[in-house]
Design a protein around this ligand. Structure first.
Ligand code: ADP
Ligand code: 5GP
Length: 229
């Protein structure tokens, strides 16, 4: 299982889409949410859109591997998705927030977690603006939330700084291929293994320092992102 988290606007959707076009055998976990569909989103493809009452019912029935309240809406990953992917021999990709990631790590310690960050705050602001989906006040809120979320980066096994898109796609692919090879006891081309190693959180500290600074964070302030409610 691959957990991928990122502050909104970092490029997670773009990277995950590229990953799926390059690596076979992956399955995307479609979450349940109480938020309303946006734009061209479709029920059962992007999310399962459910009422708060239905979400509560599923929660009480123990249907969720993890769940969280994000931007005022509930989101959850159904156990059934994991079970189905296992049956089909596929690796599941979870696009979830830092709170959900913490729950999954606790329940499934073998899950591989990847955190995607933008190169700096100004770039994130620009990407959010140029995506053209959010009003200025929503963008301001997302930028504030980004600092809190980025503070949780050190709970993740891998960190990818999404600067140049082609390089980031390659890094994400390298992490997935190398972890898959490890889990299955297979050999991997040294080039891929070496690229994945550079993305290990412990190996990314020097490259991350300026990113953290741009969000007004220091290394000491990190690790708190999962405590927000
Ligand atoms: P997220 O899913 O993290 O909210 P998106 O994938 O929607 O982010 O990306 C936000 C915006 O940034 C989109 O307009 C996307 O095309 C653009 N983008 C993503 N990655 C890069 C990159 N490496 N360089 C430049 N623009 C990017
Ligand atoms: P959006 O509403 O913009 O699609 O997603 C908002 C946030 O909710 C993103 O950070 C996304 O990763 C997170 N999210 C989406 N699905 C889930 C889920 O099932 N569980 C958790 N914990 N977070 C989710």
């Amino acid at each position: 299982m691959f957990i991928i988290s990122a502050p909104s606007g970092s490029g997670k959707t773009t990277l995950v889409r590229e990953l799926f076009s390059l690596v076979p055998g992956l399955e995307f976990s479609i979450s349940y949410t109480t938020r309303a569909p946006r734009g061209s989103e479709q029920n059962g493809r992007d999310y399962f859109f459910v009422s708060p009452a239905e979400f509560e019912r599923m929660l009480a029935a123990g249907a969720f591997l993890e769940h969280a309240c994000v931007f005022g809406n509930y989101y959850g990953t159904a156990w059934s998705f994991l079970e189905d992917a296992r049956r089909r021999g596929r690796d599941l990709v979870l696009d979830i927030d830092v709170q959900g990631a913490a729950q999954v790590r606790e329940r499934l310690p073998e899950a591989v977690s990847i955190f995607i960050v933008p190169p700096d705050r100004d770039t994130l602001a620009w990407r959010l603006k140029s995506r053209g989906e959010d009003r200025p006040e929503v963008i301001a809120q997302r930028l504030g939330d980004a600092s809190r979320e980025i503070a949780a980066y050190n709970r993740y096994g891998y960190v990818i700084i999404n600067d140049r898109l082609d390089e980031s796609v390659e890094k994400l692919e390298a992490v997935v291929l190398s972890e898959r090879a490890r889990a299955r006891g297979l050999a991997l081309e040294p080039r891929w293994a070496a690229l994945a190693e550079t993305c290990r959180q412990q190996n990314a500290a020097a490259r991350l320092a300026p990113v953290l600074r741009s969000f007004g964070l220091t290394a000491e302030e990190t690790g708190r992102g999962e405590t927000r409610s």
